[in-house]
Design a protein around this ligand. Structure first.
Ligand code: XMP
Length: 508
């Protein structure tokens, strides 16, 4: 909840619609947060929301144990929008009828608009995206039915303050969906003025009041989240912030130098650059088992971070780039638990610091906008996700400095060719993997015996599932021939065509 911006609460009923709805509301320049359906009316009132959206959820409100909300919420004089399950819930709790009709509706469906404030300015016939088994056959008393489809006689209904739609306005397959959400915000009288500039100003003030004259430290990983968090905190407290960059030697080509260049030289941030590659290579000698490798890298990282931050006098605050999806996923505060959390391998919880988390309310794309507005370079703002243990989990078997050099070169070519083809923002991650085998080849008249390299490129929304990217053959060909010609030690290139599941994105 922010102090100065009106907030729309999106009530989550345990499906994954709430996040998308919250993002659409934010796209309409209104701050929004996800809350659990078990908040009481009193708790909702104390959050002083400008509006409440009841999101989609399980298939039917009629099944036993289906989640509901405290009916007193309807009495709070707060504008409400019900979507899909939320619409059915409003109908049922306020005295309408939800029942089984001839058939459910799934996917693109034609909607006939018969009136209503919500649809002002929209065509009388339009496509919407449906996903329901039961339907609302009768709106509650005092409501007007404003739209219907073949199998949903009350596909939308409204009174002065409460609006409901059976379809999903938040998905891109509903062409007038965003317009509908924006119209509801306007009907609710909500000021649409939330921007990234607001976020920066507000967070700068919050950081100053939290940290006061204290000293904060921030671990930089080279990734976008810690980079934006650091830049934001630096804007707020300047030299009271010290960043620690543990250079493991397992980053991609030139990435270590780029972190130093960006933060120390361009942003003027106080940076301790710990060149720890040798220490990591020594620790990794002879370690081949994937979990042992991850553990060894993680533990050494923490030891070095603790050693370094311990030397920063009076540091009481630790800056972390926690994002909103992490907050929702870990079921913090009122946010519901949506899915199990991928272990990002961060710092231990028992470190004796007070946390500063200026990105806690933001989605990834919003963090990127903040980063751009703070003047961070595109290469950092648009960086693909990168695992904490770095190239260590992309070198199968023992990690050695020689193998890291080979992989850095091959990986650079993969990303360079992808960028030249203009595909890098469509691809979730693209990288090279170096397996622990060698094969025979021929170059010129010479027999070669070198490593193969595997190109891995996936499309994904959230890394929980992924598909192998259908990269055009000529782009793959350019990658392959450049890798073999330019990278000493590689004589063969393969493309990984495994989706997740059953594969994972990383190889270890
Ligand atoms: P997998 O390989 O499990 O990876 O499909 C899913 C996503 O998580 C990234 N990943 C990590 N990120 N620390 C991180 O911060 C880690 O230890 C780690 N391991 C995997 C991976 O790159 C992909 O985006």
């Amino acid at each position: 909840m922010t102090e100065t911006n009106p907030t729309v609460l999106v009530v989550d009923f345990g499906a994954q619609y709430a996040q998308l709805i919250a993002r659409r509301v934010r796209e309409a320049n209104v701050f929004s947060e996800i809350v659990s359906h078990d908040l009481t009316a009193e708790e909702v009132a104390s959050l002083r929301p400008a509006g409440v959206i009841l999101s989609g959820g399980p298939k039917s409100v009629r099944i036993e144990g289906a989640p509901t909300i405290d009916p007193d919420i309807y009495e709070l004089d707060i504008p409400i929008l019900g979507i899909c399950y939320g619409a059915q819930l409003i109908a049922r709790q306020l005295g309408g009828t939800v029942s089984q009709f001839e058939a459910g509706e799934y996917g693109r469906t034609s909607l006939q608009v018969t009136g209503g404030n919500l649809f002002d300015g929209q065509p009388a016939e339009q496509d919407v995206w449906m996903s329901h088994f039961d339907c609302i056959t009768e709106a509650p008393e005092g409501f007007t039915v404003t739209a219907a489809t073949k199998n949903a006689p009350a596909a939308a209904f409204e009174n002065d303050r409460i609006f409901a739609v059976q379809y999903h306005p938040e998905v891109s397959h509903t062409p007038y969906g965003q317009q509908t959400i924006e119209r509801w915000l306007d009907l609710a009288g909500i000021d649409r003025a939330w921007t990234m500039t607001n976020v920066i100003e507000e967070q700068v003030a919050a950081i100053r009041s939290q940290v006061g004259k204290g000293r904060a430290i921030c671990g930089l990983s080279g990734g976008v989240d810690s980079a934006v968090a650091a830049a934001l905190v630096h804007k707020a407290i300047g030299h009271q912030l010290t960043c620690v960059f543990v250079d493991t030697g397992l980053m991609r080509k030139n990435e270590g130098e780029q972190v130093v260049e960006t933060f120390q030289k361009t942003q003027g941030i106080e940076l301790i650059h710990v060149k720890a590659a040798e220490e990591f290579f020594t620790t990794l000698e002879g370690v081949t088992e994937p979990e042992a490798k991850r553990k060894a890298i993680g533990e050494l990282f923490i030891r070095i971070f603790e050693r370094t931050s311990g030397g920063i006098e009076d540091a009481r605050f630790l800056v972390q780039g926690t994002l909103y999806p992490d907050v929702i996923e870990s079921g913090d505060k009122h946010a519901a638990t949506i899915k199990s959390h991928h272990n990002v391998g961060g710092l231990p919880e028992d470190m004796d610091f007070e946390l500063v988390e200026p990105l806690r309310t933001l989605f990834k794309d919003e963090v990127r906008s903040v980063g751009t507005e703070l003047g961070l370079p595109e290469e950092i703002v648009w960086r693909q996700p990168f695992p904490g243990p770095g190239l260590g989990v992309r070198i199968i078997g023992e990690v050695t400095p020689e193998k890291v050099l080979i992989l850095q070169e091959a990986d650079f070519i993969v990303r360079d060719e992808l960028q030249k083809a203009g595909l890098e923002r469509e691809i979730w991650q693209a990288f090279a993997v170096l397996p622990d085998i060698r094969s025979v080849g021929v170059m010129g008249d010479e027999r070669t015996y070198g490593y193969p390299c595997i190109i891995r490129a996936v499309t994904s929304e959230d890394a929980m599932t992924a598909d192998w990217a259908r990269i055009p053959f000529d782009v793959l060909e350019a990658m392959s021939s450049r890798i073999i010609n330019e990278v000493n030690g590689i004589n063969r290139v393969a493309y990984d065509i495994t989706s997740k599941p059953p594969g994972t994105i990383e190889w270890e």
